[in-house]
Ligand binder design. Structure first.
Ligand SMILES: CC(C)(COP(=O)(O)OP(=O)(O)OC[C@H]1O[C@@H](n2cnc3c(N)ncnc32)[C@H](O)[C@@H]1OP(=O)(O)O)[C@@H](O)C(=O)NCCC(=O)NCCS
Length: 262
């Protein structure tokens, strides 16, 4: 009997991220034990996504973003979701953390992805039509409004000025990495001032602009938020477990449906 042809599921997966043998683990070709002795976690996040170690300046920016997004209080949607799950079950902390991650969306914590896409779109429009930065920003802002959407990366529930934005932009400028991404989002902030209202560039908008200038794709803007926020979510779940009673969360609800029948 002739040997049967391998079906697709028998083919080896291909991956360029990590490899290992009986005694060694390599991350993007770097010995993980050497990285453990010399690198920072931000270095390895950069390495995993870019296949090279960052410069000192790139490391500072990645670290600054991870710190900026690490936590924003128990009332932020991701932390609140994690705590609601934690209050009902102490047997699955991973479920509580995962619930927090699942609450990351286009309005909370994940706006950087769409923001970076709009930065790329706006800068392409600027090049294609030889527009000024201000005109390209105004066009993209108007197009967003026409779709009935809010501009991702602008506005904040708590902050009238997001304190994290200036730091990220300062660090980018100090390292000579403040480029068109930062210039574009600043122009959008300016363009929104009159037709909408003064809306601060929030941390999602700031990290999208900085990461655009560092050459990252839009997806990474959401992923770095998730990577950083998991640190805060684990602390939120730990506090819920250690400080609070199970089932302590009672959400006030006013019933305004049909009265009881019969
Ligand atoms: C973050 C956010 C939800 C805060 O919302 P909020 O507290 O309801 O904002 P405000 O009450 O100050 O908004 C008042 C007006 O400004 C407008 N506005 C707020 N953010 C806007 C934005 N990013 N783009 C355009 N208009 C915006 C709203 O349309 C609102 O008008 P409306 O009530 O007639 O719709 C909101 O700014 C937003 O959706 N931003 C985009 C998503 C984002 O960047 N999320 C990450 C947050 S860190």
């Amino acid at each position: 009997m002739s040997a049967s042809k391998p079906t697709p599921e028998w083919q080896p997966w291909k991956s360029a991220i990590s490899d290992s043998d009986e005694t060694t683990l390599w991350l993007r070709g770097h010995d993980a034990t050497a990285l453990m002795r010399t690198a920072s976690f931000a270095d390895v996040v950069f390495l995993l996504h870019r296949s090279r170690l960052p410069t000192a300046h790139e490391r500072r920016l990645i670290d600054a973003i991870l710190i900026a997004v690490s936590d924003h209080g128990p009332g932020s949607p991701s932390a609140a979701a994690a705590r609601v799950v934690a209050t009902g079950s102490r047997l699955a902390p991973e479920a509580a953390v995962a619930a927090g991650v699942l609450a990351i969306g286009d309005s909370h914590a994940g706006a950087g992805l769409a923001c970076m896409q709009l930065i790329a779109e706006g800068l392409q429009l600027k090049r294609d039509e030889n527009l000024s930065m201000a005109d390209a920003a105004a066009r993209i802002l108007a197009a967003t409004k026409e779709r009935g959407a809010r501009f991702p990366g602008l506005g904040h529930r708590t902050h009238s000025t997001d304190p994290r934005t200036a730091v990220l932009f300062d660090l980018a400028r100090e390292g000579g990495a403040e480029g068109d991404g930062v210039a574009f989002i600043r122009a959008v902030e300016e363009a929104a001032r009159r037709p909408v209202k003064p809306l601060p560039i929030n941390v999602d908008g700031a990290l999208a602009a900085v990461l655009y200038d560092l050459g990252f794709p839009p997806l990474f803007a959401k992923f770095i938020f998730i990577i950083g926020r998991v640190a805060g979510l684990t602390a939120q779940v730990t506090e819920e477990y250690t400080r609070e009673k199970p089932m302590r969360i009672r959400i006030p609800v006013v019933y305004d449906g049909d009265p009881p029948k019969g």
